[in-house]
Design a protein. Structure first.
Length: 385
């Protein structure tokens, strides 16, 4: 019997075959390699690690991914694939240096091409090229604080039915195919903040699925009156710090799902009648942020009288709280921040100070132009008003 085993062993050595008996092989692709670019060409070192000798890249990937969904580490380096609970896969590619390198990575063998998230941060890529991801899809894409200047129209092909979130904040984007957005049937969040050095025309975006849109930190002289009419499901709209000087009444009309509107830190000076009329059916708006503008005057019926809405007017140029503007709003019950405004606090404000129910709806840190808190004003001071 020993002679037979000896002959078998000798044959295996001659044929470069390795026999492993009762050894548990760890195929976890998430243990870090000594070098991201390391090639799988090592020797057996123990019961908790292994390598395969003289094998092609594709065969190596398949063999080492039988029990895992991530590609082989050396195939996608410097990208990193990770798996969290419930086999959710994420991919980080912040260290990719060129467009060609990223494209080459996605020609590798992917046991499961359906990922949850793709992320880059402070990445030197300038162009997200058409077809760069091959057959791989993602639900969430976040590419922030990078050098991106262009997204080609076919860059996200194959994700029309998978992409739920697209964030491209803090890049240098000059060219983006906004017309393709409506093709992504599951897209809910789209953020392209702080990209407007060369894009000064406010984009018209259409989508039947987007509920959250970020278009902040831009340089827009004009917001088209139909800018948001193609967004019937929008719930949160962030267009702050865009240097917007004015907005026409009707711009936000027919946004029947809108809950939050953020317009702070723009250049608004006057709020026209109907500017914040959203829809005859809308009663769910909860937050309108206008802080940090230059608002001096507000017309009656500028705001819809919606119970519970919070209106933020901190840091504007309001000198008074006109009764014809605010009484109908106070009657339904709102939350009003007029802190850091030069309120004169003369007889013009007596109608508010005399009504404790109205005063209860004004933030307690609101002050008059002389620094006296509104809530410290004695109603008796206005007896002759």
């Amino acid at each position: 019997m020993l002679g037979v085993l000896y002959l078998v062993a000798l044959f295996c050595i001659q044929q470069n075959i390795v026999l492993v008996d009762s050894i548990s092989i760890n195929t976890n692709m998430h243990q870090p390699l000594s070098s991201p670019k390391a090639v799988a060409k090592q020797v057996w070192t123990g019961s908790d690690s292994y390598s395969i000798n003289n094998i092609t890249k594709t065969e190596d990937s398949k063999a080492r991914s039988q029990d895992e969904s991530c590609p082989a580490e050396e195939d996608i380096a410097p990208c990193v694939c990770s798996i969290i609970e419930d086999n959710i896969m994420n991919m980080v590619c912040s260290d990719v240096a060129t467009e060609d390198e990223l494209r080459e990575i996605f020609t590798s063998y992917f046991p499961n091409p359906h990922f949850d998230m793709f992320t880059t941060y402070d990445c030197p890529l300038k162009v997200l090229e058409s077809g760069v991801f091959g057959e791989v899809t993602f639900k969430h894409i976040s590419m922030g604080y990078g050098a991106l200047t262009e997204v080609e129209s076919g860059a996200l092909d194959g994700m029309y039915d998978t992409l739920e979130e697209l964030r491209l904040d803090d890049n240098h984007i000059e060219s983006f195919p906004f017309e393709i957005i409506e093709s992504f049937t599951k897209l809910q969040i789209f953020s392209i903040d702080n990209n407007w050095e060369h894009m000064t025309v406010f984009p018209i975006i259409k989508s039947a699925s987007i509920n959250t849109l970020y278009l902040a930190n831009g340089k827009f002289d004009v917001v088209p009156i139909d800018a948001f009419q193609g967004l019937p499901m929008i719930e949160e709209l962030y267009i702050y710090s865009d240097k917007i000087p004015s907005i026409e009444s009707g711009t936000f009309g027919n946004l029947t799902q809108l809950r939050m509107l953020d317009l702070k830190w723009n250049l608004l000076t006057h709020l026209h009648k109907g500017i914040f009329h959203f829809s005859d059916d809308l009663d769910i708006i909860t937050y309108i942020a206008l802080s940090g503008n230059q608002i001096e005057t507000i017309e009656a019926n500028a705001f819809d009288a919606v119970a519970g809405v919070s209106i933020q007017l901190f840091g504007n140029n309001l000198a008074t709280l006109d009764e014809e503007v605010w009484e109908s709003l106070f009657d339904v019950g709102i939350d009003l921040d007029v802190s850091n405004n030069p309120l004169i606090c003369g007889c013009d404000i007596a109608w508010v100070v005399r009504n404790p129910d109205y005063m209860a709806q004004i933030w307690k840190d609101a002050t008059c132009s002389d620094g006296v808190y509104l809530h410290d004003l004695d109603p008796a001071m206005f007896v002759d008003c």
